[in-house]
Design a protein around this ligand. Structure first.
Ligand code: TXA
Ligand code: MG
Length: 330
C-alpha cells in the first residue's frame, strides 16, 4: 500500500471519508499529536488500529468527534460539572471519560463500561470529523511504545506502506497528548496530565482530583501502565548538569555520540557539549519534547535527560512523558 501525505487541497477530505467508510485507517493532525483514526462503529476497522500499532488489547481508545456531534448518542448522562468543563475547554486538548451507552464497537473501550471522548480544536481534525460525521477512534499515530508523532513525517516514519493516507496539518502546537479526565464520579479526576491542568479544571468544576495508582492495582487508564514515548537509543536520566556532563564525557571517551536534553536555563552549564534545548516554559517544553526525542534517536548513541526545575501546572504532564521516555516511572 502506498502511503500519501496530503495537506489542504481540493478533495482531500472526501478521500479521507472514502477510506474511513471502507473501514481503512487514516492518520490526521490534531492540536496535541497526530492520531490514527478509524470508524468507531466498525469492529474490524478498530481492530486494525490495534494490529497496526502493536497495541496491547486492554488499552482503550479515545473517540474523536466534531464540535456539533450529538454525544448523548454515545454517553449515558453526564454530571453538571462535565457540561461546564465542555463549555470552558472544548474544542481543545481535554478528553472526558463518561459512562458509555455501548453503541460504538466493543473494542474501543476494551470491555470497560466507559467511553473516552475528545473534541480536538485543530481545524484539520475538525474538518475531517465533520466530513465523516462519525465518531473516530484514534490513538496517537505511533508504533506502540515509540515516541508520539508531532509531524506528518513522524507518522510516515512509523507507518509508511501500512496506511493509505496522512492528513497533514503541520506541526502539532500542543505537543503532548490531551489531559484524560474521569467524569464518572462526584469530582472529576485526572487520569493523564496534559495542557488542560488540574488548576484550570478545578477553577471551573470547583474541585479536581488526580488519580494515583496504588501498588498492585489495575490502573484506571490502562495506557498509563505501559512503557511509552521511548526514543530508540540508549538513555540516561539525571537531576543536575554536573551529573549529565560526567555521563556525557564517559560516553564520548568510549567513542559514542552522546547528547544532553535539558531546559534552556541549564544549557550554559553544559560547557558546549552537544545539547538539545527543551525550552523555558511548560508550554514550550510540551511543544518541543517529542520532536527532540525523535531527532535525537536518529543521531545520538546516548541521550541524557536532565529533570527540569518547574514541576507545577503543564509541567505535571510534561514530566510524566519525559520520565517515561527515559524509563523512570515507566
Ligand atoms: O491527544 C490525544 O489524546 C491523542 C490524540 C490523537 O487525540 N490521543 C491519544 O491516544 O493520546 P492514546 O491512545 O495514545 O492514549 C489514550 C489514553 C490511554 O492512556 C488510554 O488508556 C486512555 O486514554 N483511555 C482511553 N479510553 C479510556 C477509558 N474509557 N477509561 C480510561 N482511560 C481511557
Ligand atoms: Mg499514545
Amino acid at each position: 500500500m502506498e502511503t500519501q501525505i496530503i495537506a489542504r487541497a481540493h478533495g482531500w477530505l472526501s478521500r479521507a471519508k472514502k477510506y474511513i467508510e471502507e473501514g481503512e485507517v487514516v492518520a490526521f493532525h490534531t492540536e496535541t499529536v497526530y492520531g490514527l483514526g478509524a470508524n468507531a462503529f466498525n469492529d474490524d476497522a478498530v481492530l486494525k488500529i490495534f494490529a497496526l500499532k502493536g497495541r496491547p488489547a486492554d488499552n482503550p481508545l479515545i473517540v474523536h468527534v466534531h464540535r456539533d456531534y450529538e454525544i448523548s448518542r454515545l454517553i449515558d448522562g453526564e454530571p453538571p460539572y462535565a457540561a461546564a468543563l465542555r463549555a470552558a475547554f472544548l474544542p481543545g486538548p481535554l478528553t472526558m471519560v463518561y459512562p458509555s451507552t455501548g453503541k460504538v464497537s466493543q473494542y474501543v473501550s476494551c470491555g470497560l463500561p466507559t467511553l473516552a471522548i475528545r473534541v480536538p480544536s485543530s481545524p484539520t481534525a475538525q474538518e475531517f470529523l465533520r466530513e465523516v460525521d462519525l465518531p473516530i477512534a484514534a490513538p496517537s499515530a505511533n508504533l506502540s511504545k515509540h515516541v508520539s508523532p508531532v509531524t506528518a513525517r513522524h507518522v510516515y516514519d512509523d507507518f509508511n506502506g501500512k496506511i493509505p493516507l496522512i492528513l497533514d496539518g503541520g506541526a502539532c502546537m500542543g505537543g503532548i497528548e490531551s489531559t484524560v479526565l474521569d467524569c464518572t464520579g462526584e469530582v472529576p479526576q485526572i487520569l493523564r496530565g496534559g495542557l488542560v491542568t488540574r488548576e484550570m479544571i478545578a477553577s471551573v468544576a470547583g474541585d479536581c482530583g488526580v488519580y494515583v495508582r496504588k501498588e498492585g492495582e489495575q490502573p484506571k487508564s490502562p495506557g498509563m501502565a505501559y512503557k511509552h514515548y521511548s526514543p530508540r537509543c540508549k538513555t540516561a536520566y539525571c537531576r543536575s548538569a554536573e551529573e549529565a556532563n560526567a555521563l556525557y564525557d564517559g560516553e564520548a571517551e568510549q567513542g559514542g555520540r552522546p547528547c544532553i536534553l535539558a531546559e534552556s536555563g541549564l544549557i550554559s552549564a553544559l560547557g558546549g557539549r552537544e545539547a538539545l534545548d527543551l525550552g523555558g516554559t511548560g508550554e514550550e517544553m510540551a511543544r518541543r519534547l517529542y520532536a527532540l526525542l525523535r531527532s535525537a534517536e536518529k543521531s545520538a548513541t546516548l541521550l541524557i535527560g536532565v529533570e527540569p526545575k518547574e514541576q507545577e501546572g503543564v509541567m505535571v504532564g510534561v514530566l510524566n512523558r519525559l520520565r517515561r521516555a527515559f524509563g523512570v516511572d515507566a
